[in-house]
Write a protein that binds this ligand. Structure first.
Ligand code: GLN
Ligand code: ZN
Length: 761
């Protein structure tokens, strides 16, 4: 019998129940009892769903109130000194204080840093290592989760984050702390944990070491070997399933194959090429778990094709072959069940977490009882695959020809930046240190209410249109009153910077409940790119033209760039990402041309997700950067010399990609820098970045009003690094989450700072 199991299940609930329960608790609308109930309900529901799917082992401990790395910090008793003080009434409030700076009880503290979980859109709470860091086991929450599984009588497998990945994901807060040195003090706690789990009755423990899918220095690879040699000796320990995902093992393969663990799970989607080698070299008497169902995307699998590869392995390994999703299903939505508005054909091509488990079950049955036992499901899977491949909504000859026919010319602006800058200077005649904003103005309750009324058909298109024009006029007047030099229309018509465009492009589809956790209670609903992307008509021209008609100052057109449009979506798995990016770029190129023809002189193409697309492995990065830069240039290079192209990026480190950012060749880039005190600007100094740049002078997320003097100081720092003629003054990101009461004085102060600097830098 081959075994089927799961690596992790989404926590947020089918309708984001966890989000709403958390936020009610944080607001103080709930004393914690409702949250307890919701959490218990979700945990049981998740287990029951997975049990009903027929899994042999269900993950426990994968659920989290906020983040599983933060859970691990609590599990190993590792909290920074500032939250150890115990002012919170409960451990849960301690947990929230560390996660988000405050909780219903306890004084506010600095929230821990948050960063991207590998190459996903999930963000984890970074563990902080201090010189006096010590660890001590706190297994209660995990034991409680196990208790729930036992009550339900389902077969469970505790999931823990491995010690090497835990340390690799943490950050030293002072010089005395060295992650690798701490390993020796951490390992006894993991040994004790394994013993505790063994005594609690666990037969298997899934121990996740996703860092083994990344480039590891030798010292870290040695640490892996040392770690598992030690954990192997834990008394009464359960069997260990070492679990790696998010990519192939490559240069870590030999290390992994030498570990004394009882089972090995590998990512057989991204690491498909390695499966044969691993099968050959991994001892037959140990478990080999293949992550064959894609945990990072939403497409149904081609089950018959998978079985062709799996049957010989099953023949050879028998019971020792396990099947699973490639990684935790945290990164896909919970279920398709509620997507009743989705086109039925497209819907039949999709599998979210729950449906992926059904696919797994079908594979398991086919291996154990023969394909005949699931003949219908297999026929259906194959039919769907063929249908998708040939569907008219997927393959569009006109779009494909346009991409394949691209020569070098469409990627190249007519003149080099210095010549363009000259023409643009004459056209716009801006003062030194021009002031602008990043695009969005407050999305007020009124705007959101009116949009939802329109969506529900309670107001008609004409009424909605008039309303949006009023909002644009308001934004323009506010900006003129503040005295900004380059204006924006304010993006009142946009619910979301990707969704707004996706809804107007062919090849994109949207779900109602396709939410995926981004961090804590924050979820995103990525669109699904299912077909060749094309633009049926202009998307933003009317709004921009209207905004420009209201003022003599330049109004920037505002688009979301091709890489971000791709990166924040579920993408096709039937063509390279590059091809999809180029299709989107061509659609945007037409929009850019239409904006230019409508008299819009400055066009901003936002790429906040540009850096996020970087592959995990260094040797794959150049190829990514090449097409990502190419897509941006394709979208923007078609304009005249006197049309000024802007771009915006936020929350990125730029040092390692500065050549690529330069190669994008935007006339102006605005970036987030204020929180790092202009440190980020180092990448952009004189010699390295030749075009214009607006380093954000204030943090739009901060509740505090930015002071003119601070902004003056920041710009002076910037001017030490970049010639003042090439500097702009702007906030560090869009203002949609702020209120006009915040925005107005902040921008007034910012304009005052620019004026002061113009008087002498
Ligand atoms: N133009 C967008 C805005 O201002 C950019 C958002 C972003 O950087 N994420 O909202
Ligand atoms: Zn931004």
């Amino acid at each position: 019998m081959s075994t089927i199991h799961n690596i992790g299940f989404p926590r947020i609930g089918e309708k984001r129940e966890l989000k709403f329960a958390l936020e009610a608790y944080w607001r103080g609308d709930d004393d914690g009892r409702a949250l307890d109930e919701t959490v218990a309900g979700l945990q049981r529901h998740n287990l029951i769903t997975q049990h009903q799917a027929g899994l042999d082992w269900l993950p426990v401990g994968d659920f989290s109130l906020y983040d599983h790395v933060l859970d691990t910090s609590f599990l190993v008793g590792h909290l920074p000194a500032r939250v150890r003080d115990g002012t919170a009434a409960s451990e849960r409030d301690q947990y929230f204080r560390l996660a988000r700076g405050r909780a219903p009880s306890g004084s506010p503290v600095a929230a821990a840093e948050m960063t991207k979980w590998f190459d996903t859109n999930y963000h984890y709470i970074v563990p902080e290592l201090e010189a006096d860091t010590h660890f001590s086991l706190n297994p209660e929450p995990l034991l409680q989760a196990i208790g729930t599984a036992r009550e339900l009588g389902v077969p469970y497998k505790p999931v823990i984050l491995g010690p090497v990945s835990y340390l690799a994901l943490s950050k030293a807060r002072d010089n005395g702390a060295d992650a690798l040195e701490l390993l020796d003090t951490l390992l006894p706690v993991y040994r004790e944990l394994l013993e505790t789990l063994g005594k609690a009755g666990a037969q298997w423990v899934q121990i996740d070491e996703p860092v083994l899918a990344t480039d590891l220095p030798d010292a870290w690879r040695d640490a892996v070997a040392r770690t598992y040699a030690q954990l192997h000796h834990a008394d009464h320990r359960p069997s260990l399933l070492l679990t790696v995902y998010f990519g192939p093992l490559r240069d870590n393969l030999d290390t992994v194959l030498g570990l004394p663990v009882d089972g090995l799970h590998v990512d057989a989607v991204r690491g498909a090429d390695e499966v044969e080698t691993i099968h050959r070299r991994w001892p037959r008497e140990r478990v080999l778990s293949l992550g064959v169902i894609d945990g990072r995307n939403v497409w149904r699998a081609d089950l018959e094709a998978l079985l062709d590869g799996l049957e010989p392995l099953h023949e050879a390994r028998g019971d020792g072959l396990w099947l699973a999703p490639s990684c935790s299903l945290l990164h896909v939505p919970v279920t398709l069940r509620h997507e009743t508005d989705l086109d039925p054909t497209l819907r039949s091509w999709l599998a979210f977490a729950t449906e992926k488990l059904d696919e797994l079950a079908t594979l398991g049955t086919a291996l154990n009882r023969g394909r005949g036992a699931v003949a219908d499901a297999l026929t259906e899977s194959t039919r769907i695959h063929n249908e998708r491949r040939g569907a008219g909504s997927v393959v569009r000859a006109d779009v494909r020809e346009r991409v394949t026919g691209l020569g070098a010319e469409p990627f190249q602006r007519a003149s080099a930046y210095p010549d363009r800058a000259e023409v643009q200077r004459r056209r716009f005649d801006l003062p030194l240190l021009p002031t602008t904003t990043i695009g969005s103005f407050p999305q007020t309750a009124e705007i959101r209410r009116t949009r939802s009324q329109y969506r529900q058909g309670r107001i008609d298109a004409a009424t909605y249109d008039t309303f949006l024009r009023e909002q644009i006029a308001h934004a323009i007047h506010e900006q003129e009153a503040v005295g900004l030099d380059v204006l924006v229309h304010g993006e009142a018509e946009r619910n979301d910077m990707v969704e707004y465009f996706g809804e107007q492009l062919d090849g994109y589809a949207f779900t109602h409940f396709g939410w995926v956790q981004s961090f804590g209670s924050r979820c995103v609903k990525p669109p699904v790119i299912y077909g060749d992307v094309a633009r049926p008509g202009p998307m933003t021209v009317a709004w921009s033209r209207y905004a420009q008609s209201l003022t003599r100052r330049p109004v920037k057109g505002m688009l979301t760039g091709p890489v971000t449009m791709l990166q924040w979506a579920f993408v096709r798995d039937d063509q390279p990402r590059r091809d999809t990016a180029f299709q989107i770029a061509l659609a945007l190129r037409d929009e850019v041309a239409d904006l230019e023809a409508a008299g819009i002189g400055m066009i901003q193409v936002d790429e906040p997700a540009f850096r996020e697309g970087l592959p995990l492995r260094a040797d794959e990065r150049p190829a990514y950067l090449e097409w990502a830069v190419g897509a941006f240039r394709l979208a923007t290079a078609g304009v005249r010399d006197d049309t000024q192209i802007h771009t915006h990026m936020c929350y990125s480190e730029f040092n390692d990609i500065i050549e690529s950012i330069t190669a994008m060749d935007a006339d102006v880039i605005t970036i987030e820098t204020s929180r790092s005190d202009m440190e980020l600007l180092e990448a952009f100094t004189d010699y390295r970045y030749p075009n214009e740049i607006g380093p954000g002078v204030y943090d739009i997320h901060s509740p505090n009003q930015p002071a003119t003097a601070d902004m003056v100081r920041l710009m002076r720092t910037a001017a030490e690094r970049i010639p003042v003629e090439r500097l702009w003054v702007n906030p560090d990101c869009g203002l949609k989450t702020r209120s006009w009461e915040d925005v107005r004085p902040a921008l007034q102060n910012m304009v005052a700072a620019a004026q002061e600097l113009r008087g002498g830098i």
